[in-house]
Design a binder for this molecule. Structure first.
Ligand code: GLN
Length: 455
């Protein structure tokens, strides 16, 4: 994989940092183990993995693709990293993303633009475009991402790979750099559904260092994926989300999606249309709740504690407040600043009820929509992204156009339910299309079965 990285990186640019020396050391340590010891380890032991640079890694620079964290070398590992190391999985390096995971194209990285391996003139999606591109380009067999509003699933869709957002609280977020804490979740990127199931079982489970962690072990996802590979879905009730389609959805995306639905039926599943009436409001609710939490979480980057510090120029009073202002002005990019301003406004006295309060009420209605839908069906399905990979610069001038394509992935984050994207063939433009499965909270295994069957 290090050799593939060397040959692919000049055109893909998926990695911010390749930790070759550490990876080889970890691989050697695994090789040196006795057969007896190896047989006690998870199936993925010895398999290397790439890590989105939103997850902290001891001794390896972690920047969240922001200048404000440039040069920060974490003194500790995230829980998921500890688990990967214990499983004998070498870390290949840190992958590119939109700054602080804010974006849908990886163009908002402060360092570099990642190219889609299917067409290097196009984006790999975002924010986790680096992890998805690394897997799609065979630079890494597996990667970790973070998904606050689709950042694992949408890049999976645009690069023809598998991306999973586990149930909220199913994977520890200790050591994941916080974006919007009520929505953030770490999850797997891979080329097959079974690989994601194996990885989710390695990284999942309770962690007392994350107060939102569910006090329960990982679900039987590997068994469900293996069961799905038998391609028999008799008895499974699938709900087609009525609201995900129509205007803004490319015909080629809908065609591949509908073919997928037909295949599920051919394998014995019963498919019915289900309405989640408040889904169209999820974009509005997300783009209030998320920036509100972003504005609060990013307050910690003040020039005092981590990374960048910019002192005021001569003539400007050398106060702590001015140092913070100059540091944040220089350290954050435009998209991050936009969200801090939006969030600060939405949370300010006098506006709180009108904006944040209303958005939270809408969120509750969306959660109820999902509960009612899951009384009728086992899994819900829809396209992962309304569009295939777009060209660089196509949506950067118009933030609303970039936000609008998140409509398909955001509902799962608002409701805290697990969701995954799998490749569903190529659209008329020759680019990958993603098929999304959503399951009830804490029932992640329920989506792995039909996903493995359809793959
Ligand atoms: N596109 C979403 C956003 O810009 C995705 C965020 C994420 O999942 N990290 O907010």
């Amino acid at each position: 994989h290090l050799a593939v990285i060397e040959s692919a990186e000049p055109s893909v640019k998926a990695f911010l940092k390749v930790s070759a020396d550490q990876a080889l050391e970890q691989a050697d340590a695994f090789d040196a183990k006795s057969d007896e010891d190896k047989s006690q380890m998870p199936e993925l032991a010895g398999v290397p993995i790439a890590i989105k640079d939103m997850i902290v890694t001891k001794g390896i620079e972690t920047t969240a693709a922001s200048k404000i964290l440039e040069g920060w070398v974490p003194p500790y590992d995230a829980t998921v990293i500890e688990k990967l190391k214990a499983a004998g999985m070498p870390l290949l390096g840190k992958t590119n993303l939109d700054e602080f995971a804010q974006g849908s194209s990886t163009e908002h990285s402060a360092y570099q633009t990642t190219h889609n391996p299917w067409d290097t003139e196009r984006v790999p999606g975002g924010s986790g475009g680096g992890s998805a591109a690394a897997v799609a380009a065979f630079e890494a067999p597996l990667a970790l991402g973070t998904d606050t509003g689709g950042s694992i699933r949408q890049p999976g869709s645009l690069t023809g790979t598998v991306g999973v957002k586990p149930t909220y609280g199913g994977v520890s977020r200790f050591g994941a750099i916080a974006m919007a804490s009520s929505l953030d979740q770490i999850g797997p990127c891979s080329r097959t559904v079974l690989d994601s199931a194996l990885l989710q079982e390695v990284i999942g489970g309770h962690d007392k260092r994350d107060s939102t962690s569910i006090p329960e072990g990982p679900r039987p996802m590997v068994a469900a994926a293996r069961e799905g590979m038998k391609r028999d879905l008799k008895g499974l009730k699938v709900g087609l989300i009525k609201e995900l389609g129509g205007e803004g959805f490319q015909p080629g995306v809908m065609a591949r999606f509908n073919e997928g639905v037909k295949k599920l039926e051919e394998m014995g599943a019963e498919v019915i249309e289900v309405s989640l009436p408040h889904l169209p409001y999820s974009l509005g609710a997300y783009y209030i709740i998320m920036p509100s939490e972003v504005s609060s979480n990013l307050a910690r980057y003040d020039g005092m504690r981590y990374g960048l510090r910019v002192m005021p120029p001569a003539g400007v009073p050398q106060t702590a407040a001015n140092m913070m202002a100059y540091t944040r002005e220089a350290g954050f990019g435009d998209e991050v600043k936009r969200r801090i301003i939006l969030g600060t406004y939405a949370l300010s006295a006098g506006y709180y009820d009108a904006w944040y309060g209303s958005a939270q009420k809408v969120r509750t209605l969306i959660i109820d929509d999902f509960k009612k839908a899951f009384e009728k069906v086992d899994v819900l399905v829809g396209p992962t992204s309304p569009v295939t990979a777009f060209k660089f610069g196509e949506k950067t001038e118009d933030p609303m156009a970039m936000y609008a394509i998140d409509i398909t992935t955001i509902p799962a984050n608002l409701a805290g339910v697990p969701a995954m994207s799998i490749p569903a063939g190529l659209s008329d433009d020759g680019l990958p299309v993603g098929f999304q499965f959503l399951a009830p909270q804490q029932r992640d295994e329920v989506m792995y079965k039909p996903a493995a069957a359809l793959e």
